[in-house]
Design a protein around this ligand. Structure first.
Ligand code: HEC
Length: 168
């Protein structure tokens, strides 16, 4: 094999340079850059969320004090309480117990597992309970990503049905 001459090298370099500039102009399909790729361009609406995506919240993130006077947008109907009970069984019972008495399967691993039927918790406003469910606590996980806004408010209705065992 013969070594390429200086002239051949310069010729190849010239071809590469010409290609480079024409590619910049033509944007060949296999040379995608940030502009031609599948991006949301400025001043263009964001894409529709994937079907069944759960929004973290429909409005601003509020803490307990900011939430305490929110009124529950979900009417307190048997259907809402049934939905709340389903959420409770899935997400809460493992810690707080099936009837809220603080006796779930893993409750013993926590220093304190509140009994949700106690009067001081039953006296919490709907908004306060909602904020606890949404944001969690010190050891309690947040449930912002697990339930829709309405499912959380339905769960509040269900929590309000708990009664201290043995008192009624
Ligand atoms: C992993 C265990 C765990 C799960 C799951 C859990 N909690 Fe909790 N929860 C706790 C602990 C522990 C506390 C005490 C405060 C803290 O350490 O966060 C608490 C506190 C609370 C409080 C406030 C009690 C107080 O004394 O003010 C409420 C209300 C509550 N949980 C409701 C719920 C509801 C409703 C669910 C289901 C969405 C739930 N929790 C899921 C562990 C859990």
């Amino acid at each position: 094999m013969t070594r390429p001459t200086h002239r051949a090298k310069m010729g190849a370099l010239a071809v590469m340079l010409t290609m480079g500039s024409s590619v910049a102009l033509a944007q060949l399909p296999f040379m995608r850059n940030m502009y031609t790729g599948p991006v949301v361009l400025p001043q263009v609406d964001t894409r529709e969320p994937v079907e069944d995506t759960i929004a973290v919240d429909g409005d601003w993130l509020r803490d307990r004090i900011e939430s305490q006077n929110l009124s529950n947008p979900v009417p307190n109907t048997p259907e809402a309480r049934t939905q709340g009970a389903q959420m409770y069984d899935v997400y809460c019972a493992v810690c707080h117990g099936a009837t809220g008495q603080g006796d779930g399967q893993i409750a013993e691993h926590y220093g304190r597992m509140p009994n949700l039927a106690l009067p001081y918790i039953q006296d919490y406003t709907d908004g306060w309970l909602y904020a606890i469910i949404r944001g969690g606590g010190r050891s309690m996980p947040p449930f912002a990503h697990s339930m829709s806004v309405n499912e959380r408010w339905s769960l509040v209705h269900h929590v309000k049905t708990f009664e201290v065992a043995g008192l009624q």
